[in-house]
Design a binder for this molecule. Sequence first.
Ligand code: FES
Ligand code: FES
Length: 156
Amino acid sequence: MRLVVNGRARTLQPEPGETLLETLRDRLHLRGTKAGCEQGECGACTVHINDRPAYSCLALSCGLDGAAVTTIEGIASGDALHPVQAAFVDCDAVQCGYCTPGQVMSVIALLQRHPDPTDEQIREAMAGNLCRCGTYPKIVAAIRQAAVALRAAPAS
Ligand code: FES
Ligand code: FES
Protein backbone atom coordinates (compact mmCIF):
# COMPACT_ATOMS: atom_id res chain seq x y z
CA MET A 1 0.00 0.00 0.00
CA ARG A 2 0.98 3.62 -0.44
CA LEU A 3 0.75 6.60 1.86
CA VAL A 4 1.82 10.14 1.19
CA VAL A 5 3.37 11.27 4.47
CA ASN A 6 4.33 14.93 4.77
CA GLY A 7 4.31 15.17 1.00
CA ARG A 8 6.54 12.14 0.45
CA ALA A 9 5.20 8.93 -1.13
CA ARG A 10 5.88 5.89 1.02
CA THR A 11 5.28 2.24 0.09
CA LEU A 12 4.47 0.11 3.12
CA GLN A 13 3.36 -3.34 4.14
CA PRO A 14 1.67 -2.83 7.51
CA GLU A 15 0.51 -5.72 9.67
CA PRO A 16 -3.28 -6.25 9.59
CA GLY A 17 -3.92 -4.64 13.00
CA GLU A 18 -1.22 -2.00 12.76
CA THR A 19 -2.35 1.49 13.62
CA LEU A 20 -1.23 4.62 11.82
CA LEU A 21 0.40 5.69 15.09
CA GLU A 22 2.53 2.54 15.05
CA THR A 23 3.35 2.96 11.37
CA LEU A 24 4.45 6.54 11.86
CA ARG A 25 6.51 5.97 14.99
CA ASP A 26 7.87 2.46 14.55
CA ARG A 27 8.06 1.99 10.78
CA LEU A 28 8.70 5.53 9.52
CA HIS A 29 10.53 6.77 12.66
CA LEU A 30 8.41 9.92 12.82
CA ARG A 31 8.27 10.13 16.60
CA GLY A 32 6.87 13.63 16.91
CA THR A 33 3.41 12.07 17.02
CA LYS A 34 2.98 10.88 20.60
CA ALA A 35 1.45 7.70 21.97
CA GLY A 36 -0.76 8.44 24.96
CA CYS A 37 -3.84 6.44 25.83
CA GLU A 38 -3.89 4.59 22.46
CA GLN A 39 -7.66 4.39 22.93
CA GLY A 40 -8.90 7.57 21.28
CA GLU A 41 -9.25 9.54 24.49
CA CYS A 42 -6.28 11.91 24.84
CA GLY A 43 -5.43 13.40 21.45
CA ALA A 44 -1.66 13.04 21.85
CA CYS A 45 -1.53 11.11 18.57
CA THR A 46 -3.46 13.64 16.45
CA VAL A 47 -2.36 13.97 12.83
CA HIS A 48 -4.15 15.06 9.68
CA ILE A 49 -5.49 12.39 7.35
CA ASN A 50 -6.56 13.90 4.02
CA ASP A 51 -6.48 17.34 5.66
CA ARG A 52 -8.75 16.40 8.55
CA PRO A 53 -7.59 15.95 12.13
CA ALA A 54 -7.66 12.32 13.27
CA TYR A 55 -6.44 10.15 16.11
CA SER A 56 -3.71 8.04 14.56
CA CYS A 57 -4.11 5.43 17.31
CA LEU A 58 -7.59 4.60 16.00
CA ALA A 59 -6.79 4.49 12.27
CA LEU A 60 -5.66 1.17 10.82
CA SER A 61 -2.89 1.73 8.32
CA CYS A 62 -4.06 -0.96 5.94
CA GLY A 63 -7.30 0.97 5.44
CA LEU A 64 -5.52 4.14 4.39
CA ASP A 65 -4.16 3.17 0.99
CA GLY A 66 -3.59 6.35 -1.00
CA ALA A 67 -4.23 8.71 1.91
CA ALA A 68 -2.28 11.88 2.58
CA VAL A 69 -1.02 12.09 6.16
CA THR A 70 0.50 15.17 7.76
CA THR A 71 2.35 14.94 11.04
CA ILE A 72 3.99 17.52 13.26
CA GLU A 73 7.22 16.95 11.31
CA GLY A 74 5.52 18.14 8.13
CA ILE A 75 4.25 21.59 9.03
CA ALA A 76 7.31 23.83 9.37
CA SER A 77 8.83 25.50 6.31
CA GLY A 78 12.48 24.57 6.49
CA ASP A 79 13.84 26.17 9.64
CA ALA A 80 10.81 28.45 10.02
CA LEU A 81 8.24 27.21 12.50
CA HIS A 82 4.62 27.05 11.44
CA PRO A 83 2.79 30.10 12.88
CA VAL A 84 0.91 27.81 15.27
CA GLN A 85 4.18 26.36 16.57
CA ALA A 86 5.61 29.86 16.91
CA ALA A 87 2.55 30.99 18.85
CA PHE A 88 2.86 28.05 21.25
CA VAL A 89 6.45 29.12 21.94
CA ASP A 90 5.59 32.82 22.26
CA CYS A 91 2.67 32.15 24.59
CA ASP A 92 4.56 29.61 26.68
CA ALA A 93 1.83 27.09 25.92
CA VAL A 94 4.09 24.12 26.59
CA GLN A 95 4.96 22.56 29.91
CA CYS A 96 6.07 18.93 29.61
CA GLY A 97 5.25 19.15 25.89
CA TYR A 98 3.87 15.65 25.56
CA CYS A 99 0.47 16.81 24.33
CA THR A 100 1.87 19.63 22.20
CA PRO A 101 2.25 17.95 18.78
CA GLY A 102 -1.34 16.75 18.91
CA GLN A 103 -2.55 20.12 20.16
CA VAL A 104 -0.74 21.91 17.33
CA MET A 105 -2.23 19.63 14.68
CA SER A 106 -5.73 20.21 16.05
CA VAL A 107 -5.17 23.98 16.15
CA ILE A 108 -4.01 24.04 12.52
CA ALA A 109 -7.14 22.14 11.48
CA LEU A 110 -9.33 24.48 13.56
CA LEU A 111 -7.84 27.60 11.98
CA GLN A 112 -8.19 26.16 8.49
CA ARG A 113 -11.92 25.77 9.15
CA HIS A 114 -12.39 28.90 11.27
CA PRO A 115 -9.75 31.60 10.72
CA ASP A 116 -11.29 33.74 13.48
CA PRO A 117 -12.73 31.15 15.85
CA THR A 118 -15.24 31.86 18.58
CA ASP A 119 -14.64 30.61 22.11
CA GLU A 120 -17.16 27.87 21.46
CA GLN A 121 -15.46 26.79 18.22
CA ILE A 122 -12.13 26.64 20.07
CA ARG A 123 -13.64 24.58 22.89
CA GLU A 124 -15.33 22.23 20.45
CA ALA A 125 -12.27 21.75 18.22
CA MET A 126 -9.87 21.24 21.11
CA ALA A 127 -12.11 19.07 23.31
CA GLY A 128 -10.35 15.92 22.11
CA ASN A 129 -6.87 17.06 23.13
CA LEU A 130 -6.12 16.64 26.82
CA CYS A 131 -3.24 18.31 28.62
CA ARG A 132 -2.19 16.74 31.90
CA CYS A 133 -0.17 19.85 32.73
CA GLY A 134 -3.28 22.03 32.52
CA THR A 135 -1.82 24.50 30.02
CA TYR A 136 -5.24 25.27 28.56
CA PRO A 137 -5.34 29.08 29.08
CA LYS A 138 -1.99 29.49 27.35
CA ILE A 139 -3.03 27.16 24.55
CA VAL A 140 -6.09 29.36 23.95
CA ALA A 141 -3.82 32.43 23.94
CA ALA A 142 -1.62 30.69 21.37
CA ILE A 143 -4.66 29.90 19.22
CA ARG A 144 -5.69 33.57 19.27
CA GLN A 145 -2.16 34.72 18.39
CA ALA A 146 -1.77 32.15 15.60
CA ALA A 147 -5.17 33.08 14.16
CA VAL A 148 -4.10 36.73 13.87
CA ALA A 149 -0.78 35.73 12.30
CA LEU A 150 -2.38 33.40 9.77
CA ARG A 151 -5.04 35.95 8.79
CA ALA A 152 -2.27 38.48 8.16
CA ALA A 153 -0.13 36.04 6.19
CA PRO A 154 -0.20 36.20 2.39
CA ALA A 155 -2.17 33.32 0.87
CA SER A 156 0.15 30.57 -0.30
S1 FES B 1 -3.00 8.09 21.92
FE1 FES B 1 -4.52 8.40 20.44
S2 FES B 1 -6.11 9.46 21.46
FE2 FES B 1 -4.66 8.99 23.05
S1 FES C 1 2.08 20.32 28.31
FE1 FES C 1 2.26 18.50 29.51
S2 FES C 1 0.56 17.28 28.89
FE2 FES C 1 0.24 19.19 27.95
